[in-house]
Design a protein around this ligand. Structure first.
Ligand code: NAP
Length: 246
């Protein structure tokens, strides 16, 4: 029997991250599922993922905390002995106009979205280098490409992820590790559910496909970018946005 591959997904308990984790589980990967909220129903997630005949390891860790990331990767390596795919998905928003933005709102978004991506990558990559094999997919955003009023902190973090992705792709290609980013547009999750219907309608009107995306539609592209179907793609940013940015 072929050895199962291992995928580590940060922020994998809900939203886009959960759909990404499910995509790998359906395709026979064992999963390391990271979460941070105490309200996470661990038992329900274990049951849901195990129903695909795979093993799932749930690890609580705040990605902005380097030590917790180090310990998470150690737990994953102790259990599975390797990590084939890393998806850096955990992320938050703390929107506000720059004239009103508190320093804390800037720091927190950078710490979780950008530094958090570094914290996990830094701990996983040595094992991928040793195996001369691996795929990393970082979740950016279209606003990291084109900016957005009221999201200077978030856009900066997501643009940072793009620069980080391209540098890693150049650095790690010789070790047979591919690194790409996915930039979602306007996706239906908890993150966007806070928006008023009127705001959602006006955003949808500006999207060529005239609707929000589903988390599954992002997961499909993430999975593609870590599969052999994308074996000649590295250092790219793929927008999944219904044509919002082109
Ligand atoms: P969401 O529903 O709000 O979920 C956010 C996820 O991030 C949760 O799984 C959460 O974990 C995790 N997370 C937050 N802070 C964390 C921390 N310090 N350590 C570990 N995990 C943490 O958001 P989403 O829409 O699924 O977003 C997922 C990713 O896609 C984010 O990077 C986001 O920026 C990006 N994105 C989303 C959209 C969109 O329209 N929704 C568009 C572009 C990009 P818990 O469940 O444990 O709280």
């Amino acid at each position: 029997m072929e050895e199962k591959k291992i995928a580590l997904i940060t922020g994998g308990a809900r939203g886009i991250g959960k759909q990404i984790a499910l995509k790998y589980a359906i395709n026979g990967y064992n999963i390391v599922l990271n979460y941070v909220s105490d309200s996470t129903d661990i038992k329900a997630l274990e049951e849901e993922f195990s129903s695909f005949g795979i093993e799932v390891l749930l690890v609580k860790a705040d990605v902005s905390n380097y030590l917790e990331c180090e310990q998470m990767v150690k737990k994953a390596m102790d259990k599975f002995g390797k990590i084939d795919v890393l998806v850096n998905n955990a992320g938050i928003t703390k929107d506000g106009l720059i004239a009103m933005m508190k320093e804390e709102a800037f720091d927190k978004v950078i710490d979780i979205n950008l530094k958090g991506t570094f914290n996990v990558v830094r701990n996983v990559v040595p094992f991928m280098i040793k195996k001369r094999n691996g795929c990393i997919v970082n979740i950016s955003s279209v606003v990291g490409v084109c900016g957005n009023a009221g999201q200077s902190n978030y856009s900066a973090s997501k643009a940072g992820i793009i620069g980080f992705t391209k540098s890693l792709a150049k650095e790690l290609a010789a070790r047979n590790i591919r690194v790409n980013a996915v930039a979602p547009g306007f996706i239906d999750t908890d993150m966007t559910s806070v928006l008023k219907d009127q705001v959602k309608d006006s955003i949808n009107a500006q999207i060529p496909l005239k609707r929000m995306g589903e988390a599954k539609e992002v997961a499909n592209v993430v999975y593609f970018l870590s599969s052999d179907e994308s074996s000649y793609i590295t250092g790219q940013v793929i927008n999944v946005d219904g044509g919002m940015v082109m």
